[in-house]
Design a protein around this ligand. Structure first.
Ligand code: BEZ
Length: 224
């Protein structure tokens, strides 16, 4: 099933490293990130889960809950977490901060379209790709990214897109390429000059373009 941006993310029940959960109940009113990895006890996945755990406080600051998934068993997840903690010194002697879903029957991975037919286990069964869904407090899909097994994700980028998503629900802007908090934003191109006056106490700069069209309007937001 392909979940499209704006779709209501399907609810599900799952077995996790912190017990059985109902996704919506677990999420409550928070933002949520559900991300899959190909397999436990693999090197790139170890770095990804370690980085996500290390960044956990950054996600908490932003009101975002994390949950990971692969087509491995609960026992496998629990054993692998000890390896992740050993590999990432900052995680040692701490509880692993977020749950891992055990989806060894591939039910959820199939429902959410996370299986990569080109990446198989030793029995020829497909593994999960590096899929990541950001779900809003309204349970709608706000963003998804899809990486192959060979390429580990940047969790700095995941934080960056959370910041953009959370900003753009509050203000009538879009964030440009490589934007980071504090950088200028783009006024939404759909806003009229009158709308701009109403919505921005900040200075808005119209950038002259050879076309003469006034669609590039920079604004550096207060408090961001
Ligand atoms: C890894 O996490 O290192 C990995 C997993 C599956 C295929 C290739 C790499």
């Amino acid at each position: 099933m392909a979940i499209r941006l704006g779709d209501t993310f399907p609810n599900f029940k799952a077995q996790t490293t912190v017990g059985d959960i109902d996704f919506y109940e677990w999420l409550g009113d928070s933002w949520g990130i559900l991300f899959s990895h190909p397999a436990d006890y693999t090197p790139v996945c170890t770095t990804e889960l370690g980085r996500a755990a290390n960044y956990y406080p950054k996600f908490v600051e932003r009101g975002v809950k994390l949950i990971a998934l692969s087509v491995d068993t609960l026992e496998s997840h629990k054993g692998w977490i000890e390896d992740i903690k050993s590999y990432c010194p900052e995680l040692r002697d701490k509880d692993f901060p977020f749950p891992l879903i055990a989806d060894d029957k591939r039910e959820l991975a199939t429902l959410l379209g996370m299986l990569d037919p080109d990446e198989k286990d030793s029995k020829g069964m497909p593994l999960t790709c590096r899929s990541l869904f950001i779900v809003g407090p309204d349970k709608k899909l706000k963003l998804s990214i899809l990486y192959p097994a060979s390429t580990g994700r940047s969790f700095d980028e995941v934080i960056r897109v959370v910041d953009s998503l959370q900003l753009t629900v509050k203000r009538k802007v879009a964030t440009p390429a490589d934007w980071k908090p504090g950088c200028h934003c783009m006024v939404l191109p759909t806003l009229t000059a009158e709308d701009v006056k109403k919505n921005f106490p900040e200075e808005v700069t119209v950038v002259p373009m050879p076309s003469g069209k006034e669609y590039v309007r920079h604004v550096t937001l207060n408090n961001n």
